[in-house]
Design a protein around this ligand. Sequence first.
Ligand SMILES: Nc1nc2c(c(=O)[nH]1)N[C@H]1C(S)=C(S)[C@@H](COP(=O)(O)OP(=O)(O)OC[C@H]3O[C@@H](n4cnc5c(=O)[nH]c(N)nc54)[C@H](O)[C@@H]3O)O[C@H]1N2
Ligand SMILES: Nc1nc2c(c(=O)[nH]1)N[C@H]1C(S)=C(S)[C@@H](COP(=O)(O)OP(=O)(O)OC[C@H]3O[C@@H](n4cnc5c(=O)[nH]c(N)nc54)[C@H](O)[C@@H]3O)O[C@H]1N2
Ligand code: SF4
Ligand SMILES: [Mo]
Length: 695
Amino acid sequence: MNAPAKIARLPSVCPHDCPSACALEVEVIDGQRIGRVYGAEAQTYTAGVICTKVARYAERIHHPDRLLHPLKRSGPKGAGAFTRISWDEALDTIAARFLAVEREFGAEAVWPYQYAGTMGRVHRDGINRLRHAKKYSGFLGTICINPAWTGFIAGAGCMMGPDPREMAKSDCVVIWGTNPVSTQVNVMTHATRARKERGAKIVVIDIYRNDTMKQADLAICLRPGTDGAFACAVMHVLFRDGLADRAYLARYTDAPEELEAHLRSRDPAWAASITGLSPAEIEAFARLVGTTKRSYFRLGYGFSRSRNGAVNMHAAACIAAVTGAWQHEGGGAFHNNAAIYHWKPTVIEGLDIADPSVRVLDQSRIGPILCGDDDALQGGPPVKAMLIQNTNPVCVAPDQARVKQGFAREDLFVAVHEQFMTETAALADIVLPATMFMEHDDIYSGGGHQYISLGPKLIDPPGECRPNHDVICALAARVGARHPGFSMSARELIDRTLRDSGWGGIEKLDAETWLDCQPPFEAAHHLKGFGYADGKFRFKPDWPKVPFPNAGTKGPWQMMPALPDHWDVIEEADAAHPFRLATSPARSFLNSTFNETPSSRAREGRPSVMIHPKDAAALGIEDGGRVVLGNRRGEVRLHAKLFEGVQRGVLIAEGLWPNEAFADGNGINTLTGADSIAPFGGAAFHDNRVWVRAG
Ligand SMILES: Nc1nc2c(c(=O)[nH]1)N[C@H]1C(S)=C(S)[C@@H](COP(=O)(O)OP(=O)(O)OC[C@H]3O[C@@H](n4cnc5c(=O)[nH]c(N)nc54)[C@H](O)[C@@H]3O)O[C@H]1N2
Ligand SMILES: Nc1nc2c(c(=O)[nH]1)N[C@H]1C(S)=C(S)[C@@H](COP(=O)(O)OP(=O)(O)OC[C@H]3O[C@@H](n4cnc5c(=O)[nH]c(N)nc54)[C@H](O)[C@@H]3O)O[C@H]1N2
Ligand code: SF4
Ligand SMILES: [Mo]
């Protein structure tokens, strides 16, 4: 008879690219397999709640399609033929090609390319140490955070805000441009606690009736890319009706009189014509936040993914400064807590050997870069070799037709280190199998909360999977890259980084699993002043000088409005493209991660687009019918979902399905653009003009 399985419940952290960075408890069966995954009750932000995708992680980590061995391409690019090889052969091949490219075209022709498939600092960012040691091309990670962070920092001067757990002590939680029921479930834990315990109102500001808006007390459904107009009219009413906190404005802000004068012409009627809202809806929201001092503005990423996204984020953040909400517990504006951790990742990333004269290429512009666009390449050499970790650009990057065209180049050598045969891996020359988070050690900090957490190795990896750090070190040895970080273990790097950053060593985390880094109330609420040297919140930011680490201005930054406004640079509908398309996240996928797990695919159904029933009727489109969406970048075939929760003229296509799930293999990013959002870059995923027809 078999002995009964031994089940241990061990601590871990969700490594995925999600502001919640949940503290987990994982059932480990016989020290080899995992069972159910739970949210840790004792971690006060996670509070026992996690999303269903991660609760079912056994399905992903023990998936039959996981990559288990190194592979080399054995047919034409993209044909899908690979042969198994040894790790030594794989690493030797990559090193030989990188050295050959360096000799012929210079080190900048090699472009290591990574993103946030894991948010662990060792395995996400260690690739930068190799980059800096070899002077390979730099990497500007614009795809997600740049417009949102720049917009927020433009006002507050730094990236932090009131303790996210204070949402539970708020009287009004404004959930703006984020869909937390799908994308960061823990916001709802704290917001609904405020509603239950204090009768707080939950307001949701979005462009369709998503799962979060369905739970709102006040729902504001505006046209995509018009949040700046909405925010201006709200502030107009606050000044007009005596709801602005003038003492606070005088002490804590840069230009309140100029702002007030500027807003006089931006009244609710003006904003109504831009946003598609009624003046009464704008007045009602302004009165609510103007008379509720404890209003917590939880500002998400979604509304920054437009060509005017940084301006819109800044405009929204300004409202909390006009009402003075920042002074009160449960009040203020929050986007992310990055600044509270004061990370010093010098050893992980090799920042001590970085050469600022090396060119830095923009992640979002990978399509133009690989297609040889001189401007995107900054006049430097073509990209001839890449190592890719933690990202799947052949699905997630904008201007997808050019991305694919670039990866199809026979003269481009690509090595992809992955957990699955993603669409990017399928176009590689060498594919390397990667561990998952429970198979290696790393540390994490939460953007949406205030904890640093340790995620230790819990089980052995399957097959020959190796962690990112091991692969980087093995390559470094072969290409002659030198730095002390290459001879340290993951745990040594964690320990060193914690110490350098002022958080003690790894023993403390071993003992406590997580560290609450919440700054004192006065600091989080900026009661001693905002992040700028003069301590003032900026209504009038100097955009090119906003203190966000960047590699130079991008997009039409010279045309940015001086004060909050509706900045009219979005892809407005026109006669040939009468619809505006947003590509919002799906609940059961996380970017393209989980689009390989059967239960996530079953829940999402098939690639589809939401359209208002009246628009559908006018075009002869039926519920569930085939439709084609198109613009100058390409065409996408999917199915219609008739839905009254979108404004007329707006389309929503949720989720990053694999390209092959679409009728002719063209995924949704075929329609999105790789032009940069001002002032520091980023992709306008929710800002696309398209035509639509039955098909
Ligand atoms: N299930 C799931 N969870 C995820 C992800 C996922 O793909 N799926 N992605 C992860 C990642 S990488 C990130 S960055 C976060 C992102 O999570 P969020 O901060 O939630 O940002 P988005 O998902 O881009 O969009 C959020 C909402 O903004 C809306 N929106 C789009 N344009 C506008 C606009 O102009 N104005 C307003 N007011 N709203 C607009 C979208 O329709 C969507 O409902 O989520 C993370 N979590
Ligand atoms: N249309 C549209 N496109 C979007 C968005 C949108 O809203 N709409 N959102 C954008 C946003 S916000 C983001 S952040 C990007 C995200 O885009 P990506 O960063 O590409 O995110 P994923 O698609 O989840 O890909 C992460 C990959 O990393 C792999 N991975 C995970 N952990 C490890 C590891 O430890 N080692 C290695 N080697 N690999 C690992 C996973 O298997 C997965 O394939 O997508 C962007 N693209
Ligand atoms: S909510 Fe986000 S951080 Fe939490 S388990 Fe799900 S994906 Fe991970
Ligand atoms: Mo993201």
